[in-house]
Design a protein around this ligand. Sequence first.
Ligand SMILES: Cc1cc2nc3c(=O)[nH]c(=O)nc-3n(C[C@H](O)[C@H](O)[C@H](O)COP(=O)(O)OP(=O)(O)OC[C@H]3O[C@@H](n4cnc5c(N)ncnc54)[C@H](O)[C@@H]3O)c2cc1C
Length: 352
Amino acid sequence: MLDYIVVGLGLSGVAISEELEKRNKKFVVYEDNSQNSSYVAGGIFNPVILKRFTPAWKAAEQIKSAIPFYEQLEQKLHVRLIHNWNIYRRFHSVEERNEWFVAADRSSLSPFLDPDLKKNSNPNLIADHSLGKVLNTGNIDTENLLDSYSAYLKDKGTFKDERFDYSALKIEKDHFDYKGLKTTNIVFCEGYGLKKNPYFDYLPLNGNKGEYITIYSEDLNLDFAVKSSVFLLPLGNNLYKVGATYDHSDKTPETTTKAKERLIGQLKELIKCDFEVVDQVAGIRPAVADRRPLVGEHPEISNLYCCNGFGSRGVLIAPNMAVELIENIENGKPLDLEIDLQRFTQKYYSKN
Ligand SMILES: Cc1cc2nc3c(=O)[nH]c(=O)nc-3n(C[C@H](O)[C@H](O)[C@H](O)COP(=O)(O)OP(=O)(O)OC[C@H]3O[C@@H](n4cnc5c(N)ncnc54)[C@H](O)[C@@H]3O)c2cc1C
């Protein structure tokens, strides 16, 4: 008898698995590679919305527990996951620069926005109005994390490299039976794959497609990340990630020429040296209509849970939501109404 089945091993599935391991729970994880939002993510952790200079939802408190979470994973998996570097926001005008100073003065943002601006000294970077440094930022190597974590689970014999087939699930009186495996709880961490889940497809998960290109440029010589209309992230060896796009209408997993051309256009407004596009990736962000996570229990089926809806900020949100959900299940700690999927119970009953 298992304590849990976890469906999906993106950032959500990793965080849930870690929380279960800490509590010595018996669980297995199913993963079918149908979604790859976590895999292709830039992995950036940045507590500020750099378009408007406003704090991201609860990011200041999330970062305090998320970074130790990834540090502890680095030790456990013997891999480097955290890359600390500075993000510099490029200003488009003097007005925008002034808005930065006003924002940096606010107590919620002062730990993250450096009021001392940096003058651009890179001849190939177009930044005439200086750059503002965002503090306490960096990225998580999500590809390395997911590869190492699935290898770790495989070693333990708790990883099932297969699709979770909803039609094979039998709901018994006090447990679930899935192809002969008995478990007390199931947590679905399927990202945008939730749309195909008949138990949770009533939830308003809209999805938002994002694409990145990787460029090679010998002349750029940039050793910090720049945020303009797109992010430009140095990867080393003259490679840079450029993106990402946001598309609400296209929900296909493939990369598109439209996104590539758009990113190239935005990049040409940011740098003035030659570059070559060497790669392109796409994924669907699990974005929710009200921009809050979807965490909690099914309206009618006890012990069937969902941990989803992290939108474009899974790196900081996932570890925190996993603690909230597992604390709720194991110790009855109430979920914050803002994240609890009970806020959509009405939708469930109108659909069923
Ligand atoms: C281009 C792009 C850039 C991004 N950049 C950043 C960033 O810089 N910083 C940041 O914080 N966030 C970023 N994000 C957002 C972040 O990736 C998401 O918030 C996060 O990955 C969501 O994680 P998840 O585990 O909920 O979903 P997913 O990563 O989609 O994982 C769900 C997993 O479940 C599996 N699955 C689904 N259905 C089944 C089934 N029936 N059986 C078995 N397995 C199943 C899928 O294969 C998948 O592996 C980005 C997203 C994109 C697309």
